[in-house]
Design a protein around this ligand. Structure first.
Ligand code: FE
Length: 281
């Protein structure tokens, strides 16, 4: 029986991918950010998950606005890395977990989540700005990507994000293979990249969000899009994607041991990192 062993919440950003590829990890503005991921990588090396399920959002690299899915799961055995305008990144392609992905797809549809099943997928910075920070190459884990629409109205509610996380946990539990699964969600935190509020961040709210996610996630699931946008800026609505990871952990049962929490807001975006190990009672 497959089982969820860990949950990770992380910001994502194109600038993280650029800084990583350019080797800026030790620069003053980036050092504390990149350093925070090192113990997470070492922890995952000990925990040895077989597959990483990633809730994230695609930034018009796989899906276009003419037909933008609310939720989409990538079931391909190979997951190429998107060219986001600066050419191919110097990273190996990512292996999918087709068996688990198809099982999750069938289970979610049976569970009344009518998601898009994508037989081709490319992974953009929603996944790939963070994967190299938590894993060495060649990648030690397969990936099952689940894209969440946070950019084209109408968006799913925060509650819906929580519930798809719960549904994914049920799907994992009913998967016959003996797969160890880590669940990651990426997005946010506070940021706004257009209009009069360009560059807005709210570190106080970002830290409160991380408190609530750990201790009172139901309050976040009950919040509206406006609740997020008013506190964290327009693009911060993608913080709700973290609820999918938290819902998956909640549905999995057991206690949570926090192994990392870090926050920094060096420029334009609040960067948060949370990592939990699931501990059976
Ligand atoms: Fe994003």
């Amino acid at each position: 029986m497959a089982r969820i062993v860990a949950g990770i919440g992380s910001s994502h950003a194109p600038s993280i991918a650029f800084a990583y590829d350019a080797g800026h990890q030790q620069r003053p503005q980036w050092k504390s950010f990149f350093d925070a991921y090192v113990p997470v990588k070492h922890w995952l090396q000990r925990l040895r998950p077989d597959t990483l399920i990633v809730f994230y959002n695609d930034h018009l690299n796989r899906f276009q606005l003419d037909a933008y899915p609310t939720f989409a799961i990538g079931v391909a055995p190979e997951l190429p890395i998107a060219d986001e305008g600066r050419g191919r990144r110097p990273l190996p392609d990512v292996e999918g977990d087709a068996a688990l992905a198809w099982h999750v797809a069938r289970s979610l549809v049976a569970d009344e989540f009518d998601l898009c099943v994508s037989r081709e997928m490319v992974l953009d910075h929603g996944v790939m700005s963070i994967l190299p920070l938590i894993a060495d190459q060649p990648w030690p884990m397969r990936v099952v990507p689940i894209a969440v629409n946070v950019i084209a109205e109408p968006l799913p509610t925060p509650r819906r994000c929580w519930r798809i996380g719960e549904a994914v946990a049920r799907a994992v539990r009913s998967h016959a293979a003996d797969t160890r699964v880590a669940v990651m969600a990426t997005g946010g935190l506070s940021h706004q990249l257009h209009g009069a509020g360009f560059g807005f961040t709210n570190p106080e709210w970002d830290n409160r969000f991380m408190d609530l996610l750990e201790h009172e996630p139901e309050r976040l699931a009950a919040a509206s899009h406006d609740d997020f946008v008013l506190r964290g800026g327009a693009e911060s609505v993608e913080m709700m994607v973290w609820l999918a990871m938290r819902g998956a952990l909640a549905e999995s049962g057991g206690a949570l041991r926090r192994v990392q929490r870090h926050y920094t807001a060096p420029m334009l975006t609040g960067y948060g990192l949370l990592a939990y190990e699931r501990v059976d009672p």
